[in-house]
Each structure stands twice: as structure tokens, then as C-alpha cells.
Design a protein around this ligand. Structure first.
Ligand code: 6GU
Length: 269
């Protein structure tokens, strides 16, 4: 997969040199290129922003410099690519006003051959940039959560890590992504429960006995109970969205004990 990132702070992306993503880059699974937006300015001050039309606080990133940057990155990528490579990337613009970035979107993006992340700072990028490229390619404005960051750089790091670990061969253990709290499958919509390793007693705290029993059926049941408990405690809105058809008798009994009802009619617990 090819990833281009355009930002006024390329230094923000040095974490991509280490760990799983760094190894994937060394192996060639991931081709990440970080670009300095200011390289496409023409004035001595390398200006990337200006005051907003209509007034108000803050500054807006100028469309001309973004247009030149994105055109150049696309031209370079298209020239580098083999004949089967697509002519255009999918463009991602991180912004707190975007659609939520979810595991489902991470999976969708992990299947793309080429992504271009356009990091805005200040109050954001002139909206015509997204309009312009949206006529020619897919452009997604995505948010990583309900809080405001100073710029999109950290959000892009988050998205690249979530996407990168889904690429074939990036995770050491091919099963690691299967158990993820938000992965599709049987445990979908359930958070993962607590985990333990040796020693069996640490500072007087014991590992739950069932995990030492070697009884796979009982262990699976215990893990599911813990997943349900944790989901109800930490994410009641996720618990309320569980399809009742995916619950067995044991699950229903546990939910009753926890005084939690599943289904749309009652979110209280
Ligand atoms: Cl993607 N960008 C910024 N600046 N703030 C955010 C965000 C993105 N997602 C949540 N807050």
C-alpha cells in the first residue's frame, strides 16, 4: 500500500519509523511518503493560511497551495506506480467535523492501494479543495473522536496505525486482529475482557482459577461473561445495540443479574 501524507509538520510522523509500521515499511508492505506542504508555496514567508471569509477567529488554509501540493503528489505517485496501480489515491482529510473513523472504515481503507492524507491545521482547509478533488476521486473527511486536536497530524498517526496493522503480514500473529473488540464476527460489539499472564499470584492478586483449568469450554464462557460485563460497564450504548438473537440462555441470565436489558426499547441499566 502506498501512503502519502501532506503536512506543515512532517516531524510529527517519525513514529511511523518504529514498531509494526516501521517494520512493514522496511519490508516494503507499506510505502509511506511524508511531504512538507510549504514546499508548494511561492512567497518568502511560505504562507499556507489566510483570514476566513465572513469573519471569525482563526485562520483557514489556502486552496492554491493545497491544490498544487495534491496535484504534485498525485502526479509523482502515478509516475512511480506500476501499470496496474490506480491513477488516483483515495484522499482522507482529518477533521473533527468529519464522519467517525471506525474499525469498519479502517478495514475498508486497508483494502485500498493508495491513500493520501491531507493534514489541516488552524480552522481547517478551504472547503473548495475537498469539492474540487471530490469530483475526480473519493474524498473522505474523518474524525477520530469527539474532542478537538490542534491539527490533523496525530489523527493521521492514529488512522495509519489502525489501517497498517490490518495489512497482510503486518501483525506477527495472523489471529491477533480477529479478537479485536470491534472486529466483525461472533464477539462483535463486545469489548475484550481482562487478560493475565504468569505469575499465577502477583502481590496477592490471583489469576482467575478457570484460566488455569485447561477447560477450553469453561474458559470461552468465562471470557464471554467478562466481555459482556465490561461492555455494559464501559459502553452501555454498545451493549444496548447487541442483537438479542446472538445471546444464549447463559448470556441472558448474566444480563438479568446485571439488570441490563438488550434491545431498543430500554437503554437503562
Ligand atoms: Cl481528525 N482532527 C482534529 N484536528 N481534531 C480532531 C480530529 C481530527 N478528530 C477528533 N478531533
Amino acid at each position: 500500500m502506498r501512503l502519502d501524507i501532506v503536512s506543515i509538520f512532517p516531524e510529527y510522523f517519525s513514529p511511523l519509523d518504529v514498531s509494526l509500521i516501521g517494520k512493514a515499511r522496511e519490508r516494503g508492505t507499506l510505502d509511506v511518503r511524508v511531504h512538507q506542504l510549504r514546499d508548494w508555496t511561492h512567497d518568502v514567508h511560505k504562507t499556507v493560511d489566510d483570514t476566513p471569509y465572513g469573519g471569525g477567529p482563526g485562520m483557514v488554509m489556502k486552496p492554491e497551495v493545497w491544490g498544487e501540493a495534491i496535484d504534485a503528489v498525485i502526479a509523482e505517485g502515478a509516475a512511480d506506480g506500476d501499470d496496474e496501480a490506480p491513477a488516483a489515491p483515495r484522499i482522507i482529510v482529518p477533521t473533527p467535523s468529519g464522519r467517525p473513523f471506525t474499525q469498519e472504515i479502517a478495514q475498508e481503507l486497508a483494502a485500498e492501494p493508495w491513500l493520501l492524507f491531507a493534514c489541516g491545521r488552524y480552522e481547517g482547509i478551504d472547503s473548495r479543495v475537498m469539492r474540487e478533488y471530490g469530483t475526480r476521486m473519493r474524498v473522505d473527511e474523518l474524525s477520530i473522536g469527539d474532542y478537538v486536536l490542534a491539527g490533523g497530524e496525530v489523527a493521521v498517526l492514529v488512522m495509519v496505525e489502525a489501517i497498517g496493522r490490518l495489512l497482510p503480514g503486518v501483525l506477527g500473529n495472523v489471529h491477533s486482529a480477529v479478537d479485536d473488540s470491534f472486529a466483525p464476527g461472533a464477539m462483535r460489539n463486545l469489548l475484550e475482557g481482562p487478560v493475565f499472564t504468569k505469575p499465577p499470584v502477583w502481590r496477592g492478586h490471583e489469576v482467575p482459577e478457570v484460566l488455569l483449568s485447561g477447560h477450553h469450554g469453561k474458559i470461552a464462557r468465562w471470557r464471554r461473561d467478562e466481555a459482556l460485563r465490561r461492555t455494559i460497564a464501559n459502553r452501555p450504548e454498545l451493549a444496548a445495540a447487541i442483537d438479542p438473537a446472538t445471546l444464549d440462555k447463559h448470556d441472558r441470565k448474566l444480563l438479568e443479574e446485571l439488570a441490563f436489558r438488550v434491545g431498543p426499547e430500554d437503554m437503562a441499566h
